[in-house]
Design a protein around this ligand. Structure first.
Ligand code: G4P
Ligand code: NA
Ligand code: NA
Length: 190
């Protein structure tokens, strides 16, 4: 998505060879026009898949997941992060280590909002190591729903997340693929 790449070049801040700060468009501020454009792109790529629900993980995935859900005219369900989980027989939970934050969180979706009749499209903002994404995919699988695919705004190709998920047989579509941040330069995959 050329518009997105342009905005990443203009507003992204390379923090290190591994980390690209994208607060201006993904992690702190939301540009509604750009975000709706992302939603249209995901909706187009996964059109005719019979998607019945969009899922994401709070918080930064919610805006683009909403845009996609709006465009596909289906509900959006966001997995919640909980420090301590009260016993809830209806909750599907997975423990997710965060490589970058050095902490462990539990993400959960209630079975009320995801069922074996669903065909689910998982949308997220950034994939790095992919721990959160793999946790989310486990929850979708355990729910009995079918996974149509995974749409992610920014794929860091030099980290293992997207590759390992593709190796599981999941269709991964990213809107911007970053090959390298070396030397403070944002280099996209061709
Ligand atoms: P992940 O690939 O499964 O997301 O796992 P990882 O542990 O590597 O990343 C932890 C968090 O850091 C994730 O956000 C992820 O999106 C974010 N992150 C990783 N690398 C980058 C980066 O280069 N730039 C930015 N801006 N974020 C990065 P999260 O925990 O899901 O939090 P939230 O943003 O949804 O609140
Ligand atoms: Na994030
Ligand atoms: Na996220």
């Amino acid at each position: 998505m050329e518009l997105l790449k342009k905005r990443i070049l203009e507003e992204g801040i390379v923090v290190s060879d591994q980390v690209l700060k994208l607060d201006g468009l993904l992690n702190h501020q939301v540009d509604p026009q750009l975000t709706m454009e992302m939603g249209r792109e995901f909706a187009a790529r996964f059109a005719d898949q019979g998607v019945t629900r969009i899922v994401t993980v709070e918080s930064s995935g919610i805006a683009v997941a909403f845009a996609t859900a709006y465009e596909m005219n289906v509900p959006l369900v966001f997995a919640r992060r909980k420090k301590t989980l009260l016993a809830d027989p209806d909750a599907l939970c997975e423990r997710v280590p965060s490589f970058t934050k050095g902490i462990v969180t539990d993400i959960m979706i209630s079975r009320q909002y995801i069922s074996p009749e669903d065909k689910v499209l998982f949308i997220d903002d950034i994939i790095a190591n992919g721990d959160a994404a793999r946790g989310m995919i486990k929850i979708i699988n355990r729910s009995g729903a079918e996974l149509a695919g995974f749409g992610v705004v920014v794929e860091k190709c030099f980290e293992a997340g997207a590759r390992t998920i593709r190796e599981q047989g999941v269709r991964v579509e990213s809107l911007a693929r970053i090959r390298s941040l070396a030397g403070g330069q944002i280099a996209f995959e061709e």
